[in-house]
Design a protein around this ligand. Structure first.
Ligand code: AMP
Ligand code: MG
Length: 493
């Protein structure tokens, strides 16, 4: 059997989940299977890469050791609370312990049929969102961002009905350190089920934050640890111009991994107010709102955890507030550290940050491409040939302000005793050449819907090495032409 399952969530009390089997599909075919990642997970790759393995990941057969379930959770969606969400189209097949790292991970099928939490949904996924999640989550992993991963994508042979009509269906195999969300805590808090709230917190401590156990107030330490990981995660998104698009509390993982790639996108031209999601008309989850919204979500987590934080209500509120107060500083420190690295400064401080901010202001004025600006800075630390500066300058509407900035930046590096070589090496390791640009994803999806997976495979391949120049694929670096710009993205649920 391919999967050496070692399940734990299924041993939690009944209220945590509903057992449910996947619903078979008509004629499954592989689109992608990550053999490399499967091996890291301890899976017998040759057994998985077979008609039998395909049947397992399509939901047409149940692998030995699997005890499938859908997880219960609530969530604040765009500010409004829904007590009854849960995995409406996802089923946890089981858990595996990583071969090299010993980390426990969930193997989850997404789009594998209705569950007791499906409400009016069909429990299925359209192929487009499956391909998008595959490409973007794997790109995020290669870019060094904590994220759920893609193990496989399958074409089901069935169609699903969506707003735009019938579309081919897909099943995605998602792998995550767990699928416990802020909304999982809210599920028990909303039901005033304090006993299971504690069981959940204990499970999370054991699985994700074992060090919290030794502290004076383990639940308070757990909350602080989640706050820290989320603050650091959102900073990483900001460094890459990533916009999640649907940061509801049911889409925020307690593990600190990025989860739920729906209407997400990397921005091309820099605009702090940028948003892509069709359903986010107000821009609640726009690029620069992400830290505020993460803090808001963590406040909902703290609220849900109140019964665990202290014996009295007042004391619990004080504990929650003092943990939440730490978010802005942790976020700002991570933000500054990452952004100053992007201009070649390893241990950046607030002065270095001011230089980044003046660059960002110029980028905003000119609608300069976010990724390309930093990508070309990689070659401009040396003082200074016209040819090295040209690619940066060309991204801006007029040459003077950015030329002045470049000169100031180089003199700042010099004064700080940072050599051009050191700055360049620093920038090479953090400023990507390739990101999953919207128009490229869109092209891969459009071809994929016609069962041409070549553009998908090619993009996936390029994005495995996002920091390396790949001259044969240099056109994949480029910002979209005006006619190619994708202005809106859809959940496609
Ligand atoms: P999302 O916006 O993808 O995070 O989903 C929000 C909620 O809607 C979750 O509870 C999902 O399980 C549920 N959901 C989304 N799409 C479907 C679908 N096609 N069928 C059933 N439930 C769904
Ligand atoms: Mg979700």
């Amino acid at each position: 059997m391919p999967f050496p399952f070692d399940n734990s969530y299924v041993n939690l009390p009944d209220g945590f989940f509903q057992k449910v089997d996947p619903t078979p599909v008509s004629a499954p075919e592989w689109i992608a299977l990550s053999r490399e990642f499967a091996a890291e997970l301890g899976i017998d790759v040759d057994k998985l890469d077979s008609p039998e393995g395909l049947a397992f990941l399509a939901g047409n057969a149940k692998p030995e050791g699997s005890d499938p379930l859908s997880m219960a959770y609530s969530g604040h969606q765009f500010g409004g609370f829904s007590p009854q969400l849960g995995d409406g189209r996802a089923i946890l097949l089981g858990e595996l312990i990583g071969k090299n790292d010993g980390v426990r991970r969930d193997i989850q099928l997404k789009g594998s049929g209705p569950t007791p939490f499906s409400r009016r949904g069909d429990g299925r996924s359209a192929l487009g969102p499956v391909l998008r999640e595959y490409l973007v989550s794997e790109a995020m992993a290669a870019l060094g961002v904590p994220t759920t991963r893609a193990l496989a994508a399958i074409w089901t042979g069935d169609n699903v009905l969506r707003d735009r009509g019938y579309e081919p269906g897909g099943v995605f195999t998602r792998v995550g350190k767990s699928h416990i969300r802020v909304g999982t805590f809210q599920w028990f808090a909303a039901r005033q089920d304090h006993e299971n709230l504690r069981v959940l917190a204990d499970y999370v401590i054991d699985r994700h934050y074992p060090d919290s156990r030794d502290s004076e107030n383990p639940y308070r330490t757990l909350l602080e640890n989640v706050i820290q990981r989320q603050a650091q995660l959102i900073a990483k998104w900001m460094h890459l111009g990533f916009i999640h698009g649907v940061m509801n509390t049911d889409n925020m993982a307690i593990s600190g991994e990025t989860i739920d790639y729906g209407p997400c996108a990397f921005m091309d031209d820099y605009d702090p107010a940028k948003k892509f999601s069709f359903i986010d008309q107000q821009g609640r989850y726009a690029y620069s709102n992400q830290p505020t919204m993460a803090h808001w979500n963590l406040t909902r987590l703290a609220e849900a955890m109140l019964p665990l934080l202290a014996d009295s209500d007042d004391k619990a509120v004080t504990e929650a507030e003092s943990a939440l107060e730490k978010f802005p500083d942790i976020f700002q420190t991570a933000l500054v550290s990452g952004f100053t690295k992007k201009i070649g400064i390893e241990n950046g401080d607030e002065d270095d940050w001011k230089i980044v901010q003046s660059l960002l202001a110029l980028m905003h004025d000119s609608n300069a491409d976010f990724t390309l600006t930093f990508r070309h800075l990689r070659n401009a630390a040396q003082d200074s040939s016209e040819t090295d500066d040209r690619p940066v300058i060309d991204l801006f509407q007029s040459p003077e302000p950015i030329s002045k900035w470049l000169a100031e930046w180089r003199s700042h590096l010099q004064k700080a005793g940072i050599s051009a070589e050191a700055a360049t090496a620093q920038m090479l390791s953090v400023n990507p050449v390739f990101i999953p640009r919207n128009h490229r994803i869109e092209a891969a999806i459009q071809a994929g819907m016609k069962q041409d997976y070549e553009p998908f495979n090619q993009l996936h391949q390029i994005l495995k090495k996002p920091f390396e120049e790949q001259p044969e694929f240099s056109e994949f670096e480029a910002a979209p032409e005006a006619s190619e710009v994708v202005c809106e993205t859809f959940c496609g649920t």
